[in-house]
Design a protein around this ligand. Structure first.
Ligand code: NAD
Ligand code: TYD
Length: 348
């Protein structure tokens, strides 16, 4: 079985690739990744020589390249994670999100449709998506699989669009598909533009911690390896044309989470209690900032028996340890272009 995983050099993708390469030695795992600023082969150093693993440097925006790879390797299933994934970047450059997240997904769908047209048996297009497609919640309620789409950022609008195209290919051309919509992930290998690794990096360097708005925004956090395990289950046991919401049952207001992170960092870095909290700086809010995300993951729990295995305390502790032990990784990804991004994003 030839399994194509796109975006496998990124944060979540690298954990999915590792899990599949190690757990399924009989599958041939192909990791297609363009190695944008967010893709990093250092994330996969430990498995790069495995016999069942092949890295393919390619851009999903390039239809000829994508079609050529489908012809050459005859992929049976696709797990599609490649994307532009950061909301703040989507505010500055929405078009690149349309290119990769919408057109890139279309290119994969078209190549799969063409390759699979005479035999759909055992084929699957598994599209990895986000809870942000549902928009924002008030103080109460949870996103379920039937919540209407109502995206607010260019990122979530592009992901919503790609979800719709995957479903449309299922209905129109009979393409077997699964979509999962997951809440905010955290863990090792996350690029330090997202809240948790950005703040870990800034605390290490004793730089300000830029809290958007009043900090009273809520996210539902899930340890990345639990997400990878959910993807494994949905891939193998999920029903065709199904959507699964994946979440941590773990809601935190940003400011409360940041204070917990500050306390963990003070301990790990042997700094006096309260020293990291002093770095908290309230800054201009993100435009169109969604107030609250929270996932009802009861469907994947009831149908596939999935639930998070790592508590937030454990997960956050492991994450901090990983960043402190992998200071070279952190230094490498924060040199060069990162500096320009950081200055532009946080110049005020
Ligand atoms: P990431 O930004 O860390 O990684 C994205 C990967 O895609 C990188 O390796 C990058 O090189 C690759 N890529 C980007 N453009 C490409 C292109 N044109 N062609 C080929 N490869 C390309 O993202 P992530 O956080 O690991 O997210 C992975 C997927 O999961 C995305 O689809 C995202 O929407 C979804 N998701 C993320 C979260 C989260 O909290 N991070 C939550 C739910 C869903
Ligand atoms: P982020 O990690 O960018 O994920 P998402 O926007 O996809 O939820 O942000 C998580 C939350 O943290 C979100 O409410 C925005 C907030 N945030 C800050 O307050 N400061 C920051 O510098 C960043 C990057 C995020």
């Amino acid at each position: 079985m030839n399994v194509l995983i796109t975006g496998g050099a990124g944060f979540i993708g690298s954990h999915v690739v590792r899990l599949f390469v190690k757990k399924y030695p009989k599958y041939r795992i192909f990791n297609l990744d363009a190695l944008t600023y967010a893709g990093n082969l250092e994330n996969l150093k430990d498995i790069e020589d495995e016999e069942n693993y092949t890295f393919l440097k390619a851009d999903i925006n390039n239809i000829e390249e994508v079609e050529g790879l489908f012809k050459k390797y005859n992929f049976d299933q696709v797990i599609h994670l490649a994307a532009e994934s950061h909301v703040d970047r989507s505010i500055h450059d929405p078009l690149s999100f349309v290119r990769t997240n919408v057109i890139g997904t279309m290119n994969l769908l078209n190549a799969a449709k063409e390759t699979w047209k005479d035999n759909l048996l055992d084929k699957l297009f598994y599209h990895i998506s986000t809870d942000e497609v549902y928009g924002t919640l008030g103080e109460t309620g949870l996103f379920t699989e039937t919540t209407s789409y109502d995206p607010n950022s260019p990122y979530s609008a592009s992901k919503a669009s790609s979800d719709h195209f995957v479903r449309a290919y299922g209905e129109t051309y009979g393409m077997p598909y699964i979509i999962s919509n997951c809440s905010n992930n955290y863990g090792p290998n996350q690029f330090p533009e997202k809240l948790i690794p950005l703040f870990i990096n800034n605390i290490v360097d004793q730089k300000p911690l830029p809290v958007y708005g009043d900090g009273n925004y809520t996210r539902d956090w899930l340890y990345v390896i639990d997400h990878a395990k959910a993807i494994d289950l949905a891939f193998h046991k999920g029903n065709n044309k199904s959507t699964y919401n994946i979440g941590g049952f773990n809601e935190w207001k940003n400011i409360d989470l940041i204070k917990v992170l500050c306390r963990i960092m003070d301990k790990k870095l042997d700094r006096s209690p309260g020293s990291s909290e002093k770095l908290i700086t309230y800054v201009k809010d993100r435009p169109g900032h969604d107030k609250r995300y929270a996932i009802d993951a009861s469907k994947i729990n009831a149908e596939l028996g999935w639930k998070p295995s790592v508590t937030f305390e454990e997960g956050l502790g492991k994450t901090v340890e990983w960043y402190l032990e992998n200071d070279v990784w952190l230094k490498n990804v924060t040199s060069g272009a990162y500096q320009q991004y950081y200055e532009k994003q946080y110049e005020d």
